[in-house]
Design a protein around this ligand. Structure first.
Ligand code: PMP
Length: 399
Protein backbone atom coordinates (compact mmCIF):
# COMPACT_ATOMS: atom_id res chain seq x y z
CA UNK A 1 0.00 0.00 0.00
CA UNK A 2 2.74 2.44 0.97
CA UNK A 3 4.77 1.52 -2.09
CA UNK A 4 1.85 2.24 -4.42
CA UNK A 5 1.12 5.49 -2.62
CA UNK A 6 4.70 6.69 -3.04
CA UNK A 7 4.78 5.80 -6.72
CA UNK A 8 1.44 7.58 -7.31
CA UNK A 9 2.73 10.69 -5.55
CA UNK A 10 5.90 10.77 -7.63
CA UNK A 11 3.98 10.16 -10.87
CA UNK A 12 1.59 12.96 -10.00
CA UNK A 13 4.47 15.35 -9.32
CA UNK A 14 5.91 14.42 -12.71
CA UNK A 15 2.54 14.83 -14.49
CA UNK A 16 2.30 18.37 -13.14
CA UNK A 17 5.73 19.28 -14.49
CA UNK A 18 7.09 19.59 -10.96
CA UNK A 19 9.52 16.68 -10.88
CA UNK A 20 12.86 17.84 -9.47
CA UNK A 21 16.09 16.30 -10.63
CA UNK A 22 19.43 16.68 -8.89
CA UNK A 23 22.61 17.12 -10.87
CA UNK A 24 25.93 15.91 -9.52
CA UNK A 25 28.50 18.70 -9.53
CA UNK A 26 32.08 17.45 -9.73
CA UNK A 27 34.78 19.53 -8.09
CA UNK A 28 34.39 22.85 -6.31
CA UNK A 29 31.77 25.55 -6.66
CA UNK A 30 32.71 28.48 -8.82
CA UNK A 31 31.81 30.51 -11.90
CA UNK A 32 32.26 27.26 -13.81
CA UNK A 33 31.40 23.76 -12.62
CA UNK A 34 31.69 20.27 -14.08
CA UNK A 35 28.45 18.34 -14.55
CA UNK A 36 28.31 15.00 -16.39
CA UNK A 37 31.88 15.59 -17.53
CA UNK A 38 31.02 18.94 -19.13
CA UNK A 39 32.30 22.32 -18.00
CA UNK A 40 29.32 24.64 -17.56
CA UNK A 41 29.10 28.31 -16.70
CA UNK A 42 27.28 28.31 -13.39
CA UNK A 43 24.53 30.92 -13.25
CA UNK A 44 22.58 29.47 -10.33
CA UNK A 45 24.84 29.64 -7.30
CA UNK A 46 24.33 31.91 -4.28
CA UNK A 47 28.10 32.16 -3.78
CA UNK A 48 27.71 35.79 -4.84
CA UNK A 49 31.17 36.99 -3.81
CA UNK A 50 32.96 33.88 -5.08
CA UNK A 51 34.27 32.90 -1.63
CA UNK A 52 33.15 29.25 -1.37
CA UNK A 53 36.43 28.04 -2.86
CA UNK A 54 38.71 30.95 -1.96
CA UNK A 55 42.21 29.75 -0.95
CA UNK A 56 42.20 31.70 2.36
CA UNK A 57 38.79 30.31 3.29
CA UNK A 58 39.87 26.77 2.41
CA UNK A 59 43.12 27.24 4.37
CA UNK A 60 41.26 28.48 7.45
CA UNK A 61 38.96 25.48 7.23
CA UNK A 62 41.85 23.02 6.89
CA UNK A 63 43.96 24.54 9.65
CA UNK A 64 40.99 24.70 11.98
CA UNK A 65 40.11 21.05 11.34
CA UNK A 66 43.69 20.15 12.22
CA UNK A 67 43.47 22.18 15.41
CA UNK A 68 39.90 21.47 16.59
CA UNK A 69 38.99 18.26 14.77
CA UNK A 70 35.82 17.98 12.72
CA UNK A 71 32.76 17.54 14.92
CA UNK A 72 31.65 20.07 17.53
CA UNK A 73 30.77 17.12 19.76
CA UNK A 74 27.53 18.48 21.20
CA UNK A 75 25.05 21.33 21.20
CA UNK A 76 26.29 24.83 22.12
CA UNK A 77 24.74 24.65 25.58
CA UNK A 78 26.30 21.29 26.39
CA UNK A 79 29.98 21.48 25.41
CA UNK A 80 29.88 22.32 21.70
CA UNK A 81 30.37 26.10 21.90
CA UNK A 82 34.00 26.55 20.99
CA UNK A 83 36.41 29.48 20.79
CA UNK A 84 35.95 29.62 16.99
CA UNK A 85 32.14 29.89 17.29
CA UNK A 86 32.43 32.58 19.92
CA UNK A 87 34.91 34.64 17.93
CA UNK A 88 32.71 34.44 14.84
CA UNK A 89 29.64 35.57 16.80
CA UNK A 90 31.55 38.59 18.07
CA UNK A 91 32.84 39.47 14.61
CA UNK A 92 29.39 39.10 13.02
CA UNK A 93 27.85 41.36 15.70
CA UNK A 94 30.54 43.97 15.11
CA UNK A 95 30.15 43.74 11.31
CA UNK A 96 26.42 44.21 11.48
CA UNK A 97 26.50 46.82 14.24
CA UNK A 98 24.46 44.92 16.84
CA UNK A 99 25.08 44.09 20.45
CA UNK A 100 25.27 40.36 19.90
CA UNK A 101 24.94 37.61 17.33
CA UNK A 102 24.03 33.94 17.76
CA UNK A 103 25.06 31.14 15.41
CA UNK A 104 22.53 28.64 14.10
CA UNK A 105 23.27 25.56 12.02
CA UNK A 106 21.29 26.76 8.99
CA UNK A 107 19.16 29.70 7.93
CA UNK A 108 16.15 27.41 7.87
CA UNK A 109 16.73 26.49 11.51
CA UNK A 110 17.42 30.08 12.51
CA UNK A 111 14.06 31.19 11.15
CA UNK A 112 12.21 28.27 12.75
CA UNK A 113 13.96 28.82 16.07
CA UNK A 114 13.53 32.58 16.25
CA UNK A 115 9.87 32.87 15.28
CA UNK A 116 8.73 29.93 17.35
CA UNK A 117 10.57 31.36 20.37
CA UNK A 118 9.16 34.87 19.96
CA UNK A 119 5.47 34.20 19.31
CA UNK A 120 2.90 31.55 20.15
CA UNK A 121 -0.79 30.80 20.41
CA UNK A 122 -3.04 33.87 20.42
CA UNK A 123 -0.36 36.02 18.79
CA UNK A 124 0.12 36.96 15.14
CA UNK A 125 2.82 36.77 12.50
CA UNK A 126 2.52 38.92 9.38
CA UNK A 127 4.49 37.72 6.40
CA UNK A 128 5.02 38.81 2.82
CA UNK A 129 3.42 36.30 0.47
CA UNK A 130 6.77 35.70 -1.24
CA UNK A 131 8.77 35.09 1.95
CA UNK A 132 11.16 32.18 2.00
CA UNK A 133 9.57 28.84 2.94
CA UNK A 134 11.48 28.73 6.23
CA UNK A 135 9.81 31.94 7.47
CA UNK A 136 6.38 30.62 6.52
CA UNK A 137 7.05 27.22 8.10
CA UNK A 138 8.35 28.97 11.22
CA UNK A 139 5.08 30.82 11.69
CA UNK A 140 3.15 27.56 11.32
CA UNK A 141 5.40 25.85 13.85
CA UNK A 142 4.95 28.69 16.34
CA UNK A 143 1.16 28.18 16.68
CA UNK A 144 0.71 31.93 16.22
CA UNK A 145 -1.77 32.97 13.57
CA UNK A 146 -0.06 33.44 10.19
CA UNK A 147 -1.34 36.31 8.08
CA UNK A 148 0.20 36.71 4.64
CA UNK A 149 0.05 40.09 2.97
CA UNK A 150 0.42 40.69 -0.80
CA UNK A 151 4.01 41.05 -1.95
CA UNK A 152 5.65 44.29 -0.72
CA UNK A 153 2.21 45.80 -0.06
CA UNK A 154 2.68 47.90 3.07
CA UNK A 155 -0.79 49.45 2.70
CA UNK A 156 -2.38 46.00 2.95
CA UNK A 157 -0.18 45.19 5.91
CA UNK A 158 -1.27 48.39 7.62
CA UNK A 159 -4.94 47.41 7.30
CA UNK A 160 -4.24 43.96 8.71
CA UNK A 161 -2.19 45.34 11.59
CA UNK A 162 -5.01 47.73 12.47
CA UNK A 163 -7.37 44.78 12.68
CA UNK A 164 -5.01 43.07 15.14
CA UNK A 165 -4.54 46.02 17.48
CA UNK A 166 -3.83 44.98 21.06
CA UNK A 167 -2.22 41.64 20.12
CA UNK A 168 1.47 40.88 20.22
CA UNK A 169 2.51 40.90 16.54
CA UNK A 170 5.65 40.05 14.63
CA UNK A 171 6.24 41.18 11.04
CA UNK A 172 8.72 38.94 9.20
CA UNK A 173 10.09 39.52 5.73
CA UNK A 174 12.92 38.59 3.41
CA UNK A 175 15.23 41.60 2.95
CA UNK A 176 16.01 40.59 -0.65
CA UNK A 177 13.43 38.18 -2.01
CA UNK A 178 15.17 34.96 -2.87
CA UNK A 179 13.30 34.14 -6.08
CA UNK A 180 12.56 37.68 -7.33
CA UNK A 181 15.68 39.57 -6.26
CA UNK A 182 13.78 42.71 -5.26
CA UNK A 183 13.96 44.41 -1.87
CA UNK A 184 11.25 44.53 0.78
CA UNK A 185 9.91 48.05 1.44
CA UNK A 186 11.79 48.08 4.73
CA UNK A 187 11.41 51.77 5.69
CA UNK A 188 7.60 51.47 5.34
CA UNK A 189 7.55 48.18 7.26
CA UNK A 190 9.72 49.66 10.02
CA UNK A 191 7.42 52.68 10.32
CA UNK A 192 4.35 50.43 10.49
CA UNK A 193 5.97 48.24 13.10
CA UNK A 194 6.73 51.28 15.25
CA UNK A 195 3.21 52.70 14.88
CA UNK A 196 1.55 49.44 15.76
CA UNK A 197 3.98 48.23 18.44
CA UNK A 198 4.83 45.13 16.37
CA UNK A 199 8.38 43.80 16.07
CA UNK A 200 10.07 43.62 12.67
CA UNK A 201 12.26 40.67 11.71
CA UNK A 202 14.27 40.70 8.49
CA UNK A 203 15.83 37.62 6.93
CA UNK A 204 18.63 39.15 4.87
CA UNK A 205 20.01 35.89 3.51
CA UNK A 206 20.56 37.37 0.05
CA UNK A 207 21.31 40.98 1.00
CA UNK A 208 24.16 40.52 3.47
CA UNK A 209 27.52 40.66 1.77
CA UNK A 210 26.07 41.76 -1.55
CA UNK A 211 24.33 45.10 -1.09
CA UNK A 212 24.43 48.16 1.17
CA UNK A 213 27.40 50.08 2.48
CA UNK A 214 30.26 47.63 3.14
CA UNK A 215 27.98 44.73 2.21
CA UNK A 216 25.89 45.24 5.34
CA UNK A 217 22.78 44.28 3.45
CA UNK A 218 19.33 45.66 2.87
CA UNK A 219 19.14 47.49 6.22
CA UNK A 220 22.28 49.40 5.33
CA UNK A 221 20.85 50.14 1.88
CA UNK A 222 17.94 51.91 3.59
CA UNK A 223 19.93 53.33 6.55
CA UNK A 224 17.92 51.32 9.11
CA UNK A 225 19.18 50.39 12.58
CA UNK A 226 18.52 47.86 15.33
CA UNK A 227 15.85 50.21 16.62
CA UNK A 228 13.96 49.86 13.30
CA UNK A 229 14.61 46.15 12.82
CA UNK A 230 15.17 44.46 16.18
CA UNK A 231 15.59 40.95 14.73
CA UNK A 232 18.03 40.34 11.88
CA UNK A 233 18.79 36.92 10.39
CA UNK A 234 21.74 36.34 8.09
CA UNK A 235 22.96 33.18 6.41
CA UNK A 236 26.54 32.11 5.85
CA UNK A 237 26.05 29.71 2.91
CA UNK A 238 25.46 32.44 0.35
CA UNK A 239 27.64 35.57 -0.02
CA UNK A 240 29.95 34.35 2.77
CA UNK A 241 30.50 31.11 0.88
CA UNK A 242 30.42 28.71 3.84
CA UNK A 243 27.52 27.25 5.85
CA UNK A 244 25.28 28.17 8.74
CA UNK A 245 23.40 31.25 9.85
CA UNK A 246 23.12 33.79 12.63
CA UNK A 247 20.64 36.03 14.37
CA UNK A 248 21.76 39.50 15.44
CA UNK A 249 20.11 41.91 17.84
CA UNK A 250 20.13 43.23 21.38
CA UNK A 251 21.95 41.39 24.15
CA UNK A 252 18.58 40.47 25.67
CA UNK A 253 17.20 39.10 22.41
CA UNK A 254 20.21 36.82 22.05
CA UNK A 255 20.13 35.76 25.70
CA UNK A 256 16.42 34.94 25.36
CA UNK A 257 17.03 32.87 22.22
CA UNK A 258 19.81 30.93 23.95
CA UNK A 259 17.28 30.03 26.66
CA UNK A 260 14.26 29.37 24.45
CA UNK A 261 15.06 28.70 20.82
CA UNK A 262 14.56 24.99 20.28
CA UNK A 263 16.49 24.78 17.00
CA UNK A 264 19.43 26.36 18.83
CA UNK A 265 19.22 24.27 21.97
CA UNK A 266 18.48 20.82 20.58
CA UNK A 267 21.05 20.47 17.82
CA UNK A 268 24.79 19.93 17.42
CA UNK A 269 26.86 23.08 16.97
CA UNK A 270 28.40 23.76 13.57
CA UNK A 271 31.81 22.20 13.02
CA UNK A 272 34.29 24.75 14.41
CA UNK A 273 36.20 24.69 11.11
CA UNK A 274 33.10 26.13 9.43
CA UNK A 275 33.20 29.00 11.92
CA UNK A 276 36.91 29.60 11.27
CA UNK A 277 36.39 29.45 7.50
CA UNK A 278 33.57 31.96 7.88
CA UNK A 279 35.82 34.32 9.85
CA UNK A 280 38.19 34.24 6.88
CA UNK A 281 35.39 34.84 4.37
CA UNK A 282 33.87 37.63 6.46
CA UNK A 283 37.28 39.30 6.42
CA UNK A 284 37.43 39.01 2.62
CA UNK A 285 33.85 40.23 2.19
CA UNK A 286 34.75 43.32 4.23
CA UNK A 287 38.17 44.02 2.72
CA UNK A 288 37.63 43.16 -0.92
CA UNK A 289 34.87 45.52 -1.93
CA UNK A 290 35.82 44.92 -5.56
CA UNK A 291 33.87 41.65 -5.33
CA UNK A 292 30.60 43.50 -4.71
CA UNK A 293 31.45 46.11 -7.32
CA UNK A 294 32.18 43.40 -9.87
CA UNK A 295 28.90 41.55 -9.28
CA UNK A 296 26.99 44.81 -9.52
CA UNK A 297 28.74 45.71 -12.77
CA UNK A 298 27.87 42.28 -14.22
CA UNK A 299 24.24 42.73 -13.14
CA UNK A 300 24.09 46.11 -14.89
CA UNK A 301 25.65 44.65 -18.02
CA UNK A 302 23.09 41.84 -18.01
CA UNK A 303 20.16 44.21 -17.50
CA UNK A 304 21.33 46.58 -20.24
CA UNK A 305 21.86 43.66 -22.62
CA UNK A 306 18.46 42.19 -21.73
CA UNK A 307 16.74 45.49 -22.49
CA UNK A 308 18.48 45.58 -25.88
CA UNK A 309 17.22 42.14 -26.87
CA UNK A 310 13.73 42.74 -25.49
CA UNK A 311 14.06 40.28 -22.61
CA UNK A 312 11.84 41.30 -19.73
CA UNK A 313 13.35 41.07 -16.28
CA UNK A 314 12.02 41.72 -12.80
CA UNK A 315 12.53 44.91 -10.78
CA UNK A 316 15.77 43.72 -9.19
CA UNK A 317 19.19 45.32 -8.95
CA UNK A 318 20.65 42.50 -6.86
CA UNK A 319 22.63 39.48 -8.15
CA UNK A 320 19.31 37.58 -8.43
CA UNK A 321 17.95 38.26 -11.94
CA UNK A 322 15.06 35.90 -12.70
CA UNK A 323 13.59 35.48 -16.16
CA UNK A 324 9.92 34.65 -15.67
CA UNK A 325 8.73 32.10 -18.20
CA UNK A 326 5.25 31.19 -16.94
CA UNK A 327 4.52 27.50 -17.17
CA UNK A 328 6.56 24.74 -15.62
CA UNK A 329 7.36 22.72 -18.73
CA UNK A 330 8.63 25.77 -20.62
CA UNK A 331 10.90 26.71 -17.72
CA UNK A 332 12.38 23.21 -17.57
CA UNK A 333 12.82 23.11 -21.35
CA UNK A 334 14.52 26.51 -21.35
CA UNK A 335 16.88 25.35 -18.59
CA UNK A 336 17.71 22.23 -20.65
CA UNK A 337 18.38 24.25 -23.80
CA UNK A 338 20.72 26.50 -21.79
CA UNK A 339 22.40 23.39 -20.38
CA UNK A 340 23.11 22.08 -23.85
CA UNK A 341 24.57 25.51 -24.68
CA UNK A 342 26.93 25.23 -21.68
CA UNK A 343 25.04 27.17 -18.97
CA UNK A 344 23.76 25.87 -15.66
CA UNK A 345 20.61 27.87 -14.85
CA UNK A 346 17.98 26.44 -12.51
CA UNK A 347 14.31 26.27 -13.51
CA UNK A 348 12.33 27.31 -10.43
CA UNK A 349 8.74 26.09 -10.21
CA UNK A 350 5.90 26.05 -7.67
CA UNK A 351 5.72 25.74 -4.75
CA UNK A 352 9.00 27.68 -4.61
CA UNK A 353 7.31 30.40 -6.68
CA UNK A 354 3.60 31.12 -7.30
CA UNK A 355 1.75 29.02 -9.88
CA UNK A 356 2.15 30.44 -13.41
CA UNK A 357 5.43 32.21 -12.62
CA UNK A 358 7.96 29.43 -13.23
CA UNK A 359 11.26 31.02 -14.06
CA UNK A 360 14.92 30.75 -14.83
CA UNK A 361 16.64 32.04 -11.71
CA UNK A 362 19.81 33.60 -13.06
CA UNK A 363 22.34 34.63 -10.42
CA UNK A 364 25.66 36.38 -10.83
CA UNK A 365 28.83 36.05 -8.81
CA UNK A 366 32.20 37.80 -8.64
CA UNK A 367 33.64 34.76 -10.43
CA UNK A 368 31.85 35.49 -13.67
CA UNK A 369 33.35 37.43 -16.59
CA UNK A 370 31.75 39.97 -18.89
CA UNK A 371 32.24 37.54 -21.78
CA UNK A 372 30.22 34.89 -19.93
CA UNK A 373 27.39 37.35 -19.32
CA UNK A 374 27.39 38.28 -23.02
CA UNK A 375 27.32 34.63 -24.03
CA UNK A 376 24.37 34.01 -21.70
CA UNK A 377 22.53 36.93 -23.29
CA UNK A 378 23.18 35.46 -26.75
CA UNK A 379 21.81 32.11 -25.60
CA UNK A 380 18.75 33.81 -24.10
CA UNK A 381 18.20 35.70 -27.37
CA UNK A 382 17.95 32.38 -29.18
CA UNK A 383 15.51 31.15 -26.53
CA UNK A 384 13.39 34.28 -26.50
CA UNK A 385 10.57 33.22 -28.84
CA UNK A 386 9.96 30.14 -26.67
CA UNK A 387 9.96 31.90 -23.31
CA UNK A 388 7.99 35.04 -24.08
CA UNK A 389 5.03 33.54 -22.15
CA UNK A 390 6.63 35.24 -19.18
CA UNK A 391 5.43 38.56 -20.63
CA UNK A 392 1.94 37.67 -19.56
CA UNK A 393 2.98 37.07 -15.97
CA UNK A 394 1.92 39.72 -13.51
CA UNK A 395 5.35 39.44 -12.01
CA UNK A 396 7.28 40.28 -15.16
CA UNK A 397 8.56 43.82 -15.44
CA UNK A 398 10.68 45.61 -17.96
CA UNK A 399 14.43 45.52 -17.56
N1 PMP B 1 16.16 32.48 4.07
C1 PMP B 1 16.21 32.76 2.77
C2 PMP B 1 15.62 34.05 2.28
C3 PMP B 1 16.79 31.86 1.88
O1 PMP B 1 16.83 32.10 0.57
C4 PMP B 1 17.34 30.66 2.39
C5 PMP B 1 18.06 29.63 1.52
N2 PMP B 1 17.58 29.44 0.29
C6 PMP B 1 17.24 30.41 3.75
C7 PMP B 1 16.66 31.35 4.57
C8 PMP B 1 17.75 29.13 4.35
O2 PMP B 1 19.12 29.24 4.59
P1 PMP B 1 19.98 27.93 4.72
O3 PMP B 1 20.27 27.47 3.33
O4 PMP B 1 21.20 28.36 5.48
O5 PMP B 1 19.16 26.93 5.47
Amino acid sequence: MWRDWLREQIDEIDRRGLYRRRRIVEGPQGGEVIVDGRRLVNFCSNDYLGLANHPSVVRAFRESAERYGVGAGAAHLVCGHGRAHHALEEELAEFIGRERALLFSTGYMANLGVISALVGRGEEVFEDRLNHASLLDAARLSDARLRRYPHADSAALKRELNASAGKRCLIATDGVFSMDGDLAPLPALAALAKQSGAWLMVDDAHGLGTIGDGGRGSLARFGLTQDDVPVLVGTLGKAFGTFGAFVAGSADLIEYLIQRSRTYIFTTALPPAVAEATRASLHLAREESWRREKVNALVSRFRTGAAQIGLRLMASDTPIQPVVVGDNETAVRASEVLLSAGFLVAAIRPPTVPVGTARLRVTFTAEHTEAQVDRLLEALTRLLPGISAGDRSEQAMTA
